[in-house]
Design a protein around this ligand. Structure first.
Ligand code: ATP
Length: 373
Protein backbone atom coordinates (compact mmCIF):
# COMPACT_ATOMS: atom_id res chain seq x y z
CA UNK A 1 0.00 0.00 0.00
CA UNK A 2 1.90 3.04 -1.24
CA UNK A 3 1.73 6.10 0.93
CA UNK A 4 3.75 9.22 1.44
CA UNK A 5 5.69 9.21 4.69
CA UNK A 6 4.79 12.38 6.51
CA UNK A 7 7.00 14.13 9.04
CA UNK A 8 6.21 13.12 12.60
CA UNK A 9 5.79 16.63 13.92
CA UNK A 10 3.15 19.01 12.71
CA UNK A 11 4.21 22.46 11.51
CA UNK A 12 2.39 25.47 13.00
CA UNK A 13 1.24 26.52 9.50
CA UNK A 14 -0.40 23.18 8.66
CA UNK A 15 -4.17 22.70 8.56
CA UNK A 16 -5.34 20.54 11.45
CA UNK A 17 -8.56 18.59 11.52
CA UNK A 18 -8.41 17.37 15.11
CA UNK A 19 -6.41 18.71 18.03
CA UNK A 20 -6.31 17.38 21.57
CA UNK A 21 -4.64 19.56 24.17
CA UNK A 22 -3.91 18.13 27.58
CA UNK A 23 -7.00 15.90 27.51
CA UNK A 24 -7.79 13.97 30.69
CA UNK A 25 -10.65 11.49 31.08
CA UNK A 26 -11.52 9.84 34.36
CA UNK A 27 -14.30 7.38 35.15
CA UNK A 28 -14.66 7.60 38.93
CA UNK A 29 -11.33 6.43 40.35
CA UNK A 30 -10.14 5.20 36.96
CA UNK A 31 -8.02 7.51 34.78
CA UNK A 32 -8.49 6.28 31.22
CA UNK A 33 -6.59 9.11 29.49
CA UNK A 34 -4.02 11.34 31.18
CA UNK A 35 -2.82 14.55 29.56
CA UNK A 36 -3.11 13.60 25.91
CA UNK A 37 -1.76 15.97 23.23
CA UNK A 38 -2.39 15.10 19.60
CA UNK A 39 -2.43 17.06 16.37
CA UNK A 40 -4.02 15.34 13.41
CA UNK A 41 -3.67 16.84 9.95
CA UNK A 42 -6.40 17.30 7.41
CA UNK A 43 -6.49 14.27 5.10
CA UNK A 44 -4.20 12.16 7.25
CA UNK A 45 -4.67 8.44 7.95
CA UNK A 46 -3.80 8.46 11.64
CA UNK A 47 -3.47 5.22 13.60
CA UNK A 48 -3.88 4.93 17.36
CA UNK A 49 -2.19 1.78 18.57
CA UNK A 50 -1.69 0.25 21.98
CA UNK A 51 -2.51 -2.69 24.23
CA UNK A 52 -5.95 -3.41 25.65
CA UNK A 53 -7.07 -0.83 28.20
CA UNK A 54 -4.55 1.88 27.22
CA UNK A 55 -7.29 4.41 26.38
CA UNK A 56 -7.63 4.14 22.58
CA UNK A 57 -11.41 3.79 22.44
CA UNK A 58 -11.91 6.45 25.11
CA UNK A 59 -9.85 8.86 22.98
CA UNK A 60 -11.93 8.07 19.89
CA UNK A 61 -15.20 8.39 21.83
CA UNK A 62 -14.18 11.86 23.02
CA UNK A 63 -13.42 12.96 19.45
CA UNK A 64 -16.78 11.51 18.35
CA UNK A 65 -18.61 13.29 21.18
CA UNK A 66 -19.88 10.10 22.89
CA UNK A 67 -17.84 10.98 26.02
CA UNK A 68 -16.82 14.43 27.29
CA UNK A 69 -13.23 15.04 28.44
CA UNK A 70 -12.86 15.60 32.19
CA UNK A 71 -10.43 18.43 31.34
CA UNK A 72 -8.47 19.76 28.38
CA UNK A 73 -9.31 21.22 24.99
CA UNK A 74 -10.60 19.30 21.97
CA UNK A 75 -11.00 21.10 18.66
CA UNK A 76 -12.22 19.87 15.29
CA UNK A 77 -11.36 22.05 12.29
CA UNK A 78 -10.35 24.82 14.64
CA UNK A 79 -13.62 24.88 16.63
CA UNK A 80 -13.84 23.94 20.28
CA UNK A 81 -16.03 20.85 20.76
CA UNK A 82 -16.85 21.77 24.36
CA UNK A 83 -20.59 21.06 24.78
CA UNK A 84 -21.05 20.11 21.09
CA UNK A 85 -23.09 16.88 20.89
CA UNK A 86 -22.03 13.96 18.67
CA UNK A 87 -24.63 14.59 15.96
CA UNK A 88 -23.42 18.17 15.49
CA UNK A 89 -19.80 17.17 14.84
CA UNK A 90 -18.59 16.50 11.30
CA UNK A 91 -17.29 13.10 12.33
CA UNK A 92 -18.73 9.61 11.87
CA UNK A 93 -17.68 6.41 13.58
CA UNK A 94 -17.39 2.86 12.26
CA UNK A 95 -17.33 0.20 14.96
CA UNK A 96 -15.90 -3.31 14.97
CA UNK A 97 -19.38 -4.65 15.71
CA UNK A 98 -20.80 -2.92 12.55
CA UNK A 99 -23.84 -1.73 14.61
CA UNK A 100 -26.20 -2.31 11.67
CA UNK A 101 -29.98 -2.56 12.07
CA UNK A 102 -30.82 -6.17 11.20
CA UNK A 103 -34.49 -5.43 10.48
CA UNK A 104 -33.58 -2.90 7.77
CA UNK A 105 -32.25 -3.52 4.26
CA UNK A 106 -28.74 -2.39 3.32
CA UNK A 107 -30.25 0.61 1.55
CA UNK A 108 -32.33 1.62 4.58
CA UNK A 109 -29.38 1.17 6.92
CA UNK A 110 -27.31 3.57 4.84
CA UNK A 111 -30.23 5.99 4.35
CA UNK A 112 -31.21 6.00 8.03
CA UNK A 113 -29.14 8.99 9.18
CA UNK A 114 -30.23 11.15 6.25
CA UNK A 115 -33.91 10.23 6.81
CA UNK A 116 -33.62 11.33 10.45
CA UNK A 117 -32.16 14.62 9.21
CA UNK A 118 -35.16 14.86 6.83
CA UNK A 119 -33.07 15.03 3.68
CA UNK A 120 -35.05 15.67 0.47
CA UNK A 121 -35.80 12.33 -1.25
CA UNK A 122 -33.88 12.96 -4.48
CA UNK A 123 -30.70 14.05 -2.61
CA UNK A 124 -31.04 11.10 -0.27
CA UNK A 125 -31.31 8.64 -3.18
CA UNK A 126 -28.25 10.13 -4.84
CA UNK A 127 -26.13 10.14 -1.69
CA UNK A 128 -27.04 6.60 -0.63
CA UNK A 129 -26.35 5.36 -4.17
CA UNK A 130 -22.96 7.07 -4.18
CA UNK A 131 -22.00 5.72 -0.76
CA UNK A 132 -22.94 2.15 -1.74
CA UNK A 133 -20.98 2.49 -5.01
CA UNK A 134 -17.92 3.72 -3.09
CA UNK A 135 -17.86 0.49 -1.08
CA UNK A 136 -18.96 -1.68 -4.04
CA UNK A 137 -22.21 -2.73 -2.40
CA UNK A 138 -24.77 -1.23 -4.82
CA UNK A 139 -25.94 -4.67 -5.98
CA UNK A 140 -26.65 -5.70 -2.36
CA UNK A 141 -28.97 -2.77 -1.58
CA UNK A 142 -32.06 -4.94 -1.03
CA UNK A 143 -30.40 -7.54 1.18
CA UNK A 144 -30.59 -7.59 4.97
CA UNK A 145 -27.48 -7.59 7.19
CA UNK A 146 -28.09 -11.24 8.20
CA UNK A 147 -27.68 -12.17 4.50
CA UNK A 148 -24.20 -10.60 4.29
CA UNK A 149 -20.67 -11.79 5.06
CA UNK A 150 -18.56 -10.01 7.71
CA UNK A 151 -16.63 -8.04 5.07
CA UNK A 152 -19.85 -6.99 3.32
CA UNK A 153 -21.37 -5.87 6.64
CA UNK A 154 -18.29 -3.78 7.34
CA UNK A 155 -18.60 -2.17 3.90
CA UNK A 156 -22.21 -1.25 4.67
CA UNK A 157 -21.10 0.22 8.00
CA UNK A 158 -18.52 2.30 6.09
CA UNK A 159 -21.16 3.45 3.60
CA UNK A 160 -23.47 4.41 6.47
CA UNK A 161 -20.75 6.64 7.89
CA UNK A 162 -19.65 8.04 4.51
CA UNK A 163 -23.18 8.99 3.44
CA UNK A 164 -22.99 11.89 5.91
CA UNK A 165 -19.84 13.18 4.14
CA UNK A 166 -17.93 13.65 7.38
CA UNK A 167 -14.69 15.61 7.53
CA UNK A 168 -13.27 12.96 9.86
CA UNK A 169 -13.93 9.21 9.85
CA UNK A 170 -13.33 7.46 13.14
CA UNK A 171 -12.66 3.75 12.85
CA UNK A 172 -12.70 1.69 16.04
CA UNK A 173 -11.06 -1.68 15.30
CA UNK A 174 -13.05 -1.71 12.05
CA UNK A 175 -11.60 -4.99 10.80
CA UNK A 176 -11.28 -6.73 14.16
CA UNK A 177 -14.09 -9.22 13.54
CA UNK A 178 -12.79 -10.41 10.15
CA UNK A 179 -10.61 -13.43 9.42
CA UNK A 180 -7.02 -12.76 8.39
CA UNK A 181 -7.47 -13.04 4.62
CA UNK A 182 -10.56 -10.84 4.51
CA UNK A 183 -8.91 -8.42 6.89
CA UNK A 184 -5.95 -8.00 4.51
CA UNK A 185 -8.33 -7.46 1.59
CA UNK A 186 -10.36 -4.88 3.54
CA UNK A 187 -7.13 -3.09 4.55
CA UNK A 188 -6.42 -2.46 0.86
CA UNK A 189 -10.01 -1.27 0.36
CA UNK A 190 -9.79 1.09 3.35
CA UNK A 191 -6.55 2.52 2.05
CA UNK A 192 -8.05 3.04 -1.45
CA UNK A 193 -11.14 4.63 0.06
CA UNK A 194 -9.02 7.01 2.10
CA UNK A 195 -6.98 8.02 -0.95
CA UNK A 196 -10.09 8.56 -3.10
CA UNK A 197 -11.97 10.61 -0.50
CA UNK A 198 -9.04 12.64 0.83
CA UNK A 199 -10.71 13.03 4.25
CA UNK A 200 -9.12 12.38 7.63
CA UNK A 201 -9.26 8.81 8.94
CA UNK A 202 -8.46 8.11 12.59
CA UNK A 203 -8.24 4.39 13.25
CA UNK A 204 -7.90 2.58 16.54
CA UNK A 205 -6.34 -0.84 16.37
CA UNK A 206 -4.23 -3.19 18.43
CA UNK A 207 -2.93 -4.84 15.26
CA UNK A 208 0.54 -3.37 14.77
CA UNK A 209 0.90 -4.60 11.20
CA UNK A 210 -2.42 -3.01 10.26
CA UNK A 211 -1.38 0.31 11.80
CA UNK A 212 2.03 0.21 10.08
CA UNK A 213 0.64 -0.60 6.65
CA UNK A 214 -2.29 1.85 6.62
CA UNK A 215 -1.28 4.91 8.62
CA UNK A 216 0.59 8.05 7.57
CA UNK A 217 1.38 8.51 11.26
CA UNK A 218 0.83 6.43 14.36
CA UNK A 219 0.43 7.31 18.04
CA UNK A 220 1.47 4.46 20.34
CA UNK A 221 -0.39 4.66 23.67
CA UNK A 222 0.35 3.13 27.04
CA UNK A 223 -1.59 3.64 30.29
CA UNK A 224 -3.61 6.58 28.96
CA UNK A 225 -0.54 8.42 27.64
CA UNK A 226 1.28 8.68 24.34
CA UNK A 227 4.65 6.96 24.21
CA UNK A 228 5.55 8.03 20.68
CA UNK A 229 4.04 9.65 17.59
CA UNK A 230 5.70 9.13 14.24
CA UNK A 231 5.54 7.73 10.73
CA UNK A 232 5.39 3.90 10.54
CA UNK A 233 9.05 3.88 9.53
CA UNK A 234 10.12 6.05 12.50
CA UNK A 235 8.08 4.01 14.96
CA UNK A 236 9.49 0.72 13.71
CA UNK A 237 13.08 1.69 12.91
CA UNK A 238 13.58 4.26 15.67
CA UNK A 239 11.39 3.39 18.65
CA UNK A 240 11.96 5.83 21.52
CA UNK A 241 11.21 3.48 24.38
CA UNK A 242 11.49 -0.22 25.21
CA UNK A 243 7.69 -0.37 25.33
CA UNK A 244 7.34 0.88 21.73
CA UNK A 245 10.18 -1.34 20.48
CA UNK A 246 8.61 -4.39 22.10
CA UNK A 247 5.01 -3.59 21.18
CA UNK A 248 5.71 -2.90 17.49
CA UNK A 249 7.10 -6.07 15.98
CA UNK A 250 9.63 -8.43 17.51
CA UNK A 251 12.80 -7.16 19.08
CA UNK A 252 15.76 -8.10 21.25
CA UNK A 253 16.06 -5.80 24.28
CA UNK A 254 19.55 -5.65 25.76
CA UNK A 255 20.26 -3.81 29.04
CA UNK A 256 23.57 -2.45 30.23
CA UNK A 257 25.63 0.70 30.70
CA UNK A 258 26.81 3.11 28.05
CA UNK A 259 30.55 3.51 27.58
CA UNK A 260 32.40 5.91 25.33
CA UNK A 261 35.69 5.52 23.37
CA UNK A 262 34.48 3.43 21.62
CA UNK A 263 30.71 3.70 22.05
CA UNK A 264 29.44 0.48 23.59
CA UNK A 265 26.72 -0.94 25.79
CA UNK A 266 28.33 -3.19 28.36
CA UNK A 267 26.03 -5.84 29.81
CA UNK A 268 26.25 -7.50 33.23
CA UNK A 269 27.49 -10.72 31.55
CA UNK A 270 30.45 -8.79 30.13
CA UNK A 271 29.03 -8.76 26.58
CA UNK A 272 30.04 -5.55 24.83
CA UNK A 273 27.75 -4.31 22.11
CA UNK A 274 29.12 -1.68 19.75
CA UNK A 275 26.57 1.08 19.21
CA UNK A 276 26.36 4.32 17.25
CA UNK A 277 27.25 7.51 19.21
CA UNK A 278 24.45 8.55 21.56
CA UNK A 279 23.58 11.59 23.66
CA UNK A 280 23.66 9.41 26.82
CA UNK A 281 26.75 9.94 28.94
CA UNK A 282 29.42 7.50 30.07
CA UNK A 283 28.11 5.01 32.66
CA UNK A 284 24.39 5.72 32.04
CA UNK A 285 22.16 2.63 32.33
CA UNK A 286 20.36 2.05 29.02
CA UNK A 287 18.44 -0.46 26.92
CA UNK A 288 18.95 -1.08 23.25
CA UNK A 289 16.55 -2.60 20.76
CA UNK A 290 17.93 -4.85 18.06
CA UNK A 291 15.40 -6.13 15.50
CA UNK A 292 15.68 -9.89 14.69
CA UNK A 293 15.90 -9.26 10.93
CA UNK A 294 18.98 -7.03 11.38
CA UNK A 295 21.08 -9.92 12.71
CA UNK A 296 23.11 -12.01 10.30
CA UNK A 297 23.58 -15.71 10.97
CA UNK A 298 26.28 -17.92 9.54
CA UNK A 299 27.30 -21.48 10.35
CA UNK A 300 30.65 -21.65 12.18
CA UNK A 301 31.97 -24.23 9.71
CA UNK A 302 31.31 -21.77 6.87
CA UNK A 303 34.58 -20.65 5.28
CA UNK A 304 33.70 -16.92 5.46
CA UNK A 305 32.62 -15.29 8.72
CA UNK A 306 30.70 -12.01 8.96
CA UNK A 307 33.70 -9.98 10.26
CA UNK A 308 32.71 -6.80 8.44
CA UNK A 309 30.11 -5.99 11.12
CA UNK A 310 30.83 -3.95 14.25
CA UNK A 311 29.32 -6.72 16.35
CA UNK A 312 30.39 -10.29 15.85
CA UNK A 313 29.82 -13.12 18.35
CA UNK A 314 29.55 -16.87 18.52
CA UNK A 315 26.57 -18.82 19.70
CA UNK A 316 24.45 -21.93 19.43
CA UNK A 317 20.98 -22.44 17.94
CA UNK A 318 18.61 -23.35 20.81
CA UNK A 319 15.18 -23.33 19.12
CA UNK A 320 13.74 -22.82 15.67
CA UNK A 321 10.17 -21.84 14.86
CA UNK A 322 8.84 -22.24 11.31
CA UNK A 323 6.25 -19.57 10.44
CA UNK A 324 5.90 -20.05 6.66
CA UNK A 325 7.91 -17.30 4.96
CA UNK A 326 10.39 -17.07 7.86
CA UNK A 327 12.11 -19.13 10.48
CA UNK A 328 12.64 -17.63 13.92
CA UNK A 329 15.85 -18.88 15.53
CA UNK A 330 16.74 -18.46 19.19
CA UNK A 331 20.52 -18.19 19.50
CA UNK A 332 22.37 -18.44 22.81
CA UNK A 333 25.61 -16.47 22.82
CA UNK A 334 28.66 -17.81 24.65
CA UNK A 335 28.07 -15.02 27.24
CA UNK A 336 24.57 -16.44 27.92
CA UNK A 337 22.30 -13.87 26.23
CA UNK A 338 19.57 -15.19 23.98
CA UNK A 339 18.85 -13.44 20.69
CA UNK A 340 15.89 -13.89 18.40
CA UNK A 341 17.00 -13.94 14.75
CA UNK A 342 14.76 -13.95 11.67
CA UNK A 343 15.87 -16.06 8.73
CA UNK A 344 14.38 -16.65 5.27
CA UNK A 345 12.72 -20.08 5.17
CA UNK A 346 15.18 -21.62 2.69
CA UNK A 347 17.98 -21.42 5.27
CA UNK A 348 17.59 -24.21 7.78
CA UNK A 349 19.41 -24.38 11.10
CA UNK A 350 18.89 -27.11 13.67
CA UNK A 351 19.05 -26.81 17.47
CA UNK A 352 22.66 -27.47 18.47
CA UNK A 353 24.20 -25.83 15.34
CA UNK A 354 27.17 -23.56 16.15
CA UNK A 355 26.78 -20.17 14.48
CA UNK A 356 28.31 -16.73 14.04
CA UNK A 357 25.97 -13.82 14.70
CA UNK A 358 26.74 -10.31 13.48
CA UNK A 359 25.03 -6.94 13.28
CA UNK A 360 25.83 -3.30 12.61
CA UNK A 361 26.26 -0.68 15.35
CA UNK A 362 23.65 1.49 13.57
CA UNK A 363 21.04 -1.25 14.05
CA UNK A 364 21.25 -0.89 17.85
CA UNK A 365 18.57 1.61 18.77
CA UNK A 366 19.31 3.23 22.14
CA UNK A 367 16.05 3.66 24.09
CA UNK A 368 14.75 6.18 26.59
CA UNK A 369 12.94 4.84 29.66
CA UNK A 370 9.13 4.40 29.23
CA UNK A 371 6.83 7.20 30.47
CA UNK A 372 5.39 4.87 33.12
CA UNK A 373 6.66 1.61 34.59
P1 ATP B 1 -9.34 -2.24 24.13
O1 ATP B 1 -8.26 -2.39 23.11
O2 ATP B 1 -9.43 -3.42 25.04
O3 ATP B 1 -10.66 -1.84 23.53
P2 ATP B 1 -8.72 0.53 24.88
O4 ATP B 1 -7.31 0.88 24.71
O5 ATP B 1 -9.66 0.96 23.81
O6 ATP B 1 -8.86 -1.04 25.12
P3 ATP B 1 -10.43 1.96 26.70
O7 ATP B 1 -11.69 1.23 26.31
O8 ATP B 1 -10.28 3.35 26.21
O9 ATP B 1 -9.15 1.10 26.29
O10 ATP B 1 -10.31 1.94 28.28
C1 ATP B 1 -9.28 2.61 28.99
C2 ATP B 1 -9.48 2.39 30.48
O11 ATP B 1 -10.65 3.08 30.92
C3 ATP B 1 -9.68 0.95 30.87
O12 ATP B 1 -9.02 0.70 32.08
C4 ATP B 1 -11.18 0.81 31.02
O13 ATP B 1 -11.50 -0.17 31.99
C5 ATP B 1 -11.56 2.21 31.51
N1 ATP B 1 -12.92 2.58 31.07
C6 ATP B 1 -13.32 2.78 29.79
N2 ATP B 1 -14.63 3.12 29.74
C7 ATP B 1 -15.07 3.12 31.03
C8 ATP B 1 -16.33 3.41 31.66
N3 ATP B 1 -17.40 3.76 30.94
N4 ATP B 1 -16.38 3.31 33.00
C9 ATP B 1 -15.29 2.97 33.74
N5 ATP B 1 -14.08 2.72 33.22
C10 ATP B 1 -13.96 2.78 31.88
Amino acid sequence: MAQTISPSTVDATEVLDVELQNIVKTFGEETAVQGLNLQIRQGEFFGILGPSGCGKTTTLRMIAGFDAPTSGQLTIQGKSMHGVPAHRRSVNTVFQSYALFNHMSVWDNVAFGLKVKKFPKADLRQRVGEALTLVQMESFAKRYPTQLSGGQKQRVALARALVNRPAVMLLDEPLGALDLKLRKQMQVELSNLHQRLGITFIMVTHDQEEALSLSNRIAVMKDGQIEQVGSPNEIYEHPNTAFVADFIGDTNLLSGRIQQHPWTLTMASGLQVNIAPTHLGDGTPADISLRPEKIQLMAQDHTASPHNHANHHQGEVKHTLYTGPHIHCIIELTTGERLRVLQPNHIRYQPGDKVHVAWAAADCQVLAPSSSP
